[in-house]
Design a binder for this molecule. Sequence first.
Ligand code: G6P
Ligand code: ZN
Length: 583
Amino acid sequence: MVMFNVTRKETAPIDGQKPGTSGLRKKVKVFTQPNYLHNFVQSTFNALSAEKVRGATLVVSGDGRYYSKDAIQIITKMAAANGVRRVWIGQNGLLSTPAVSAVIRERVGSDGSKATGAFILTASHNPGGPNEDFGIKYNMDNGGPAPEGITDKIYENTKTINEYSIAEDLPDVDISAAGVTSFGGPEGQFDVEVFDSASDYVKLMKSIFDFEAIRKLLSSPKFTFCYDALHGVAGAYAKRIFVEELGAQESSLLNCTPKEDFGGGHPDPNLTYAKELVARMGLGKSNTQDEPPEFGAAADGDADRNMILGKRFFVTPSDSVAIIAANAVESIPYFSAGLKGVARSMPTSAALDVVAKNLNLKFFEVPTGWKFFGNLMDDGLCSICGEESFGTGSDHIREKDGIWAVLAWLSILAHKNKENLGGGKLVTVEDIVRKHWATYGRHYYTRYDYENVDAGAAKELMANLVKMQSSLPEVNDIVKGICSDVSKVVNADEFEYKDPVDGSISKHQGIRYLFEDGSRLVFRLSGTGSEGATIRLYIEQYEKDPSKTGRDSQEALAPLVEVALKLSKMEQFTGRSAPTVIT
Ligand code: G6P
Ligand code: ZN
């Protein structure tokens, strides 16, 4: 057995290591500064209780972006030096964020061990490569992101750190081959186990969904399918699940080879960045000549996000979670006993609220950030939840789950088409969505993103919006002056949340303007960017009349958009005449 020694290295605090909504995300050039990663990892170990470090079993993997392989070796050497007993690594360092959550919750190691936590190496949907982003976040033993109590402690530690421990002489581990390598250190044995990235996750999916029913749908000549992994880690799962398990054509997979730089693209599954899929589905300007597939979906870099498309048809994430919730019990075996409750993030449209009300389900509105759903799920209050930011998931794990969302949609389609695959007309994605609108009403919805805006300017814009909230009559005068078709603002506030499980309070979670007819304008600063500030503007309008639910959404929302831009003085503050991305 190879032996290693522990070295204590002197270091000094480095500014700016405050974890954001989902961990620490910075440019690779920032991460590769001497001691940058080391300081953060040691600060994390120091923030955890002793049993989560000494003798613990730690998962270390991620979306495979540039610098991951080096980071895995560094973290492994630091884990060894800090008394961790085992490090588990997905083959080639690849594990999607949902798969990490599944591995923590479900996997049993070759020696019967269970994981106590994970370092996930990803910057999610941010681009990768030497000049782009890297990221790291810590997940707890429930499979979910560390709560604020821990991330605050990590940050405090980064401000005072003066040394870290590392096993410098531990040889680099070959992460390309599955197997266990054992080493001996001052505190005893240390194992590194490299395992297949997909098996545990595939097993979990098979226990949730009726794979046979989905297989029938996917192998029917009537149903055509396309999945775009945008060169993220979802590719490592897509082939196994969609092709090998469910019988989809290999040609239905786009960009499913994980790449360190995501092929130079922006691995964010939306109408702007998933260009190839959008074109193939017959959406956007670049309509293809070929008949588009019936169903299309995409994932982000770490495969926790999803975008669902029908033929020439976009499903908003807010509608997607509402539709999954409305159909889950009859279409997905995991939910056959009923739903415990449902939840959405505040800026997500109220489509889910209407379903919850109709089905008499517990309902929660939480701040942006998946971790807020975790407490509800751990307490048995919530089965299905979703966010406007292309995140959908359930209590099978404690992260959102891109492939789960696709399987949920395929389950609904399989159920609705049970009788139609032989003869009869296929019920399409668009049919399902339009029927949903006719039943529950439609929440017209759009999001405008202003990326990389000057941070000072963004702050001023937000401060001005808060200031205006103290005088609604003045706001309504301005609104009437901009557009007389828009209803009246009846309430305006900053969203504040009291967690029903632990009683913790989160303030300043988004600025809201609420209108008499149920319309909403929400302004938020993104918590996931790595440069400047990103302003998000969420615009929503409810239409109950079934004869009016079929309009083009940008057209239906135009008056409200105009009000939002003028009321916030968007161009004046940011100098931008148009958003970077519209979804
Ligand atoms: C991450 C989190 C999501 C959250 C999103 C918000 O993806 O996992 O739960 O919705 O960030 O991003 P934003 O950039 O709007 O803060
Ligand atoms: Zn992600």
